[in-house]
Design a protein around this ligand. Structure first.
Ligand SMILES: C[S@@+](CC[C@H](N)C(=O)[O-])C[C@H]1O[C@@H](n2cnc3c(N)ncnc32)[C@H](O)[C@@H]1O
Length: 348
């Protein structure tokens, strides 16, 4: 899939490895040119690059050939009464999810992966972690779980009768043992890059991988709340950077990435960003509009997102005064002590 992007006011093409400038154009010309290169289809054909289907995902899935999809990644409705869902009893909800999952598995390639990003179903204050009740559905379809990723974030509802929920999970399954897993593009900086072997045949050599370390299965990434740069009118977007990691590690360029519950189009944005094809379904017209808009901006290279790998905002490091409680006046006040930096004692 040819990918065009804007740098320094010029359009450059990936078809030229030397980043040759094609032509200098006005901003609107550039957008028009790029939309001609990648069009957004309303229905699936294997020759397309981007598909946004308005309607039930089961109808879109019926049109996708067996084994065509490399990565299926989604955050389904959690059945908690959001504006886009009708709350069902848990049994009915699981039956509906099982139907979609089975249809996805048919369309998944033998080297493919399926990632379901979920939180809790809440009924009268009692929680049911959705991954625990969906695990048997994937297992019974013969899929193998590779990781249960904990996605930790710091903002959300404040609970008064239980601890506030600050994580959700991504359950990752593969169809076979022969699955695509690219670790290098998602490595993160080593904690001690300067560390060396101190004995043995490699003594004196750096002991870590210079490309970085495996990011592990606990991912700390801010969720999309009101002041997040990616926030749209959709009530539960996942952040683009969360999906970028999955796209980069579980698919290759030109592969299909599919999201059955597309929402604001995040999965397709992450796919396009890394030169994959993207397809998804969404039933609610206003979310389809939001998704289309974001995807068009992404194709044009102008969609603003939180960059992958940016450290989480640290109010203390940033010197944010709001972290000091105004009611704390005394130096020895217990609240203030909690905010003091822990310094190590040095013997002179
Ligand atoms: C949790 S949201 C997904 C949000 C998405 N991950 C994002 O980043 O914007 C679930 C979405 O699935 C849509 N939806 C619910 N049932 C659907 C169905 N049967 N087919 C397609 N979309 C559906 C809802 O309207 C909602 O926008």
């Amino acid at each position: 899939m040819a990918r065009y992007s804007i740098y320094d006011g010029f359009v450059r093409s990936p078809l030229y490895n030397d980043n040759r400038v094609l032509i200098a154009m006005s901003f609107s010309d550039r957008l028009a040119s790029m939309f001609q290169k990648i069009s957004i289809s309303k229905n699936f054909t294997p020759a397309d690059s981007v598909v946004v289907f308005q309607g039930n995902c089961l109808d879109l899935l019926k049109t996708i050939p067996d084994g065509a999809l490399q990565l299926i990644v989604t955050s389904p409705p959690y059945n908690i009464g959001k504006e886009y869902e009708k709350k069902l009893n848990l049994k009915k909800y699981l039956e509906q999810q099982a139907e979609v999952i089975a249809a996805c598995v048919r369309a998944l390639s033998n080297q493919g992966s399926i990632c379901w990003q979920v939180g809790n179903y809440v009924d009268d204050g009692a929680i049911v972690p959705i991954d625990t009740v969906l695990y048997p559905v994937f297992h019974d379809l013969g899929l193998k779980m590779r990781n249960r990723i904990i996605w930790h974030f710091e903002h959300g509802l404040h609970c008064s009768r239980r601890l506030s929920g600050r994580y959700e999970t991504i359950i990752w399954f593969t169809k076979t043992k022969d699955y695509i897993f690219n670790l290098d593009p998602i490595r993160v900086p080593q904690k001690y890059p300067g560390k060396k072997y101190f004995k043995g045949p490699k003594a004196g050599q750096y002991s870590c991988n210079p490309l970085g370390k495996n990011p592990g299965d606990l991912w700390i990434i801010p969720n999309v709340k009101s002041n997040h740069i990616e926030k749209t009118e959709h009530p539960c977007q996942f952040p683009v950077e969360l999906i970028e990691r999955l796209v980069l590690s579980l698919s290759n360029e030109d592969d299909w990435v599919f999201d059955p519950f597309l929402g604001a189009g995040t999965s397709i944005v992450a796919a396009i960003r890394h030169n994959r094809r993207g397809a998804g379904a969404e039933t609610v017209p206003k979310y389809v509009d939001i998704a289309m808009n974001r995807i068009q901006q992404e194709i044009a290279g102008v969609l603003k997102t939180r960059p992958m790998g940016r450290p989480v905002y640290d109010p203390e490091a940033a010197g944010n005064n709001l972290r000091i409680a105004p009611w704390v006046k005394q130096k020895n006040d217990a609240q203030l002590q909690l905010l003091e930096k822990h310094t190590e004692y040095a013997i002179k």
